[in-house]
Design a protein around this ligand. Structure first.
Ligand code: ADP
Ligand code: MG
Length: 273
């Protein structure tokens, strides 16, 4: 499987505020992510982590002020479709697969920008890429292979395990050849063995290169194993932002993680919830 064409750009969030009615989900959030980093977005439930991903992918747009830039382009004014064309892909905490379709067809559905991006993105991507059906299928199979799912290609999505659904959703996102990949809780609902498999997938994605990953993740052992940077959010505000080790080992950050306060750094199984 080859890395995406063109490299990732610099990703920048500048005083992003998102409000839902009276709720301030994000409040003046700023961060800069150099290309090729794996940023773990961590923080308690309700901190605004998913909202940040939604603001980047374009699912949340009108409720926000501030700026989001990728590769020098202002994203926050763009519809989700155009962001997909610029190389932004995402997976979902609860993968929205089409149950009656096969795993392969679900992955192929992502080739035009993904179901969440709508018809415009599909057309835009179709016009831009215009790969033959066969080449697209080969591509989809190569992602399934990369994620260890080859044997499930012909299986209906409804029959597969939850951990496999998460991986199929990532394969679907990869079909858009993202250079900025947004992952919302890739290990939520998974068992220990599946955590290891996900960590391996993340490592291999980073090794393959050409990608920046922004990952919401509660499991601190996975964060410690895979992230190069950590962005800590609490009540919609940035409470930590820096190289992963530095942030994870800082007493201040650790004290802010509810449930992790009494856990020494090397302990496995700590979470940010
Ligand atoms: P996290 O992913 O960190 O758990 P979220 O980003 O989902 O947090 O939510 C942050 C805050 O914004 C919460 O108070 C949540 O209830 C609120 N929120 C998120 N999405 C919506 C929405 N679509 N409508 C109203 N409130 C929302
Ligand atoms: Mg969330």
């Amino acid at each position: 499987m080859s890395a995406p064409e063109g490299g990732p750009g610099r990703f920048e969030v500048d005083r992003l505020t998102v409000t839902f009615g009276g709720v301030r989900a994000l409040s003046e959030v700023s961060t800069v992510v150099p290309p090729g980093e794996l940023v773990a977005v961590v923080g308690p439930n309700g901190a605004g982590k998913s909202t940040l991903l939604n603001a980047v992918s374009g699912l949340v747009r009108r409720q926000s002020s501030g700026a989001i830039r990728y590769g020098g382009k202002a994203l926050h004014t763009m519809p989700a479709a155009r962001r997909a064309v610029l190389g932004i892909g995402r997976s979902f905490q609860h993968p929205p697969l089409v149950e009656r379709l096969t795993v392969l067809d679900n992955v192929l559905a992502g080739g035009f920008g993904g179901r969440d991006y709508g018809v415009l993105a599909q057309l835009a991507r179709w016009g831009k890429v215009a790969r033959s059906e066969r080449a697209r299928e080969e591509q989809a199979r190569s992602y399934l292979d990369f994620l260890g799912l080859s044997e499930l290609a012909g299986a209906p999505a409804q029959g597969i395990a939850y951990g496999q659904r998460k991986l199929v959703d990532i394969a679907r996102a990869l079909m858009g050849r993202p250079t900025l990949l947004l992952l919302d809780e890739p290990t939520s609902g998974l068992g220990r063995a599946e955590h290891a498999a996900m960590a391996d997938v993340l490592r291999r994605l980073m090794e393959r290169g050409g990608i920046t990953i922004l990952m919401v993740e509660h499991h601190m052992d996975l964060v410690r194993e895979t992230a190069t940077r950590v962005l800590g959010l609490q009540a919609g505000q940035v409470i930590a932002d820096g190289p992963a080790r530095e942030v994870l080992d800082s007493a201040e950050f650790r004290a802010s993680l509810v449930g992790a306060t009494a856990t020494p750094p090397a302990t496995r199984g700590e979470t940010a919830q």
